[in-house]
Ligand binder design. Structure first.
Ligand SMILES: Cc1ncc(COP(=O)(O)O)c(C=O)c1O
Length: 355
């Protein structure tokens, strides 16, 4: 089955094979070497000189960790869909003071709104969803980052779960203190490991936060890694680390990160063209994602039936998320999907729907 859903993605056989590497001791020098190499390569991918933290969890683990470990005063949570709202729920359930600033689904978080909210001086942490997978919207992160830079006491957290490794990030230039991604999207790995950077500014903030929890305490992770030469306090998900190590080498040195971003952009353009010719885009004009396209179901097609028929042909797309089910459907174009795969998918949808 070729997956055109926004994660988990189809994983290449050579990556799966790497993941069956025999175990090493997680307190061995080999583990230190592996984890340091992954960190160095993540730094290259994200263009950051800050510390990299790995988490044996999916991306949600690090989202929860970030808001809990680094909010001393109050968090401003900006939401443009399901995953922004999730970040707010995490704050609430962890007793972290937070306010939610939600835009209509399909819309963006505007830099003006961020400015207005931060100007109140009430907040010392802000969360932005870069690429909202539920709506297929990409927020204008560069413009938002410029605004956040005006507030040096504010920790900038960015959810790039469905965009990192498919879209370029200059993390240090943007000033992102904690950028978060998961393995099962554009990195092209199975689910189970999440990755973030942890800036020195975030370290200093976490020191001032009293109750940071245990497993997801980013400061403890940071301190442990520093002291123990890149080793982790709990047993990490070594198979995914083998896979990530291999995949990063491929992304950076075989395909090339810039080529990978260009491939994602081209696939997105193709899917958007097709969607606009046959349906409509759900995202606000000019803000449609380069990794997943949400399509408004203007023809009232039976999305479930379409997917069933596609399944017989070895392909799968996604229905709309939550309330958007059947009102929209989504085609992901991420990780190692190639333009030929997209052409094959669109040809089959045309055939099934008589477009
Ligand atoms: C934008 C976004 N944020 C956060 C998450 C949660 O990530 P995970 O499923 O890795 O916990 C997802 C998952 O789909 C997502 O798409």
């Amino acid at each position: 089955m070729k997956l055109f859903i926004p994660g988990p993605v189809t994983v290449q056989p050579d990556v799966l094979e790497k993941m069956t590497t025999q175990m090493i001791g997680h307190r061995s020098n080999d583990a230190s070497v592996l984890q340091e190499r992954i960190s160095d390569n993540m730094r290259r991918l994200w263009n950051t000189s800050e510390m990299i933290l790995l988490s044996t969890s999916s991306g949600s683990g690090l989202m929860e960790a970030a808001v809990r470990s680094c909010t001393a005063k109050k968090a401003a949570i900006f939401s443009v869909g399901a995953f922004g709202k999730r970040w707010y729920d995490m704050a609430v359930r962890n007793n972290v003071p937070a306010d939610l600033y939600a835009s209509e689904w399909g819309e963006i978080t505007t830099p003006e709104e961020v400015d207005k909210v931060l100007k109140t001086g009430k907040y010392d942490l802000v969360t932005i969803t870069h690429n909202e997978t539920s709506t297929g919207v990409t927020n204008p992160i560069t413009e938002i980052a410029e605004v956040i830079k005006k507030y040096p006491d504010v920790i900038f957290c960015a959810d790039t779960v469905s965009s990192s490794a498919g879209v370029k990030f200059d993390v240090d230039v943007l000033g992102i203190d904690i950028i978060i991604t998961s393995s099962q999207k554009c990195l092209g790995l199975p689910p189970g490991i999440a990755i973030c950077n942890f800036s020195q500014k975030a370290v200093e903030r976490a020191k001032k936060v009293e109750n940071r929890g245990f497993y997801l305490d980013l400061l403890s992770l940071y301190n442990y890694i520093l002291k123990k030469n890149y080793q982790y306090p709990s047993t990490p998900v070594l198979p995914l680390m083998f896979g990530l190590d291999y995949k990063l080498e491929q992304i950076l040195n075989v395909e090339g990160a810039e080529n990978r971003y260009e491939r994602h952009k081209k696939m997105a353009e193709r899917v958007r063209d097709w969607a606009q010719n046959n349906f409509e885009l759900f995202a606000k004009e000019g803000y449609a994602s380069d990794t997943v396209t949400a399509i408004t179901n203007t023809r009232g097609i039976d999305v479930k039936a379409l997917n069933k028929e596609l399944g017989k042909r070895g392909m799968q797309i996604s229905n709309g998320y939550g309330d958007l089910k059947d009102k929209t459907f989504r085609i992901a174009h991420m990780a190692d999907t190639q333009m030929e795969d997209i052409e094959e998918l669109l040809r089959n949808i045309d055939d099934i729907l008589n477009l």
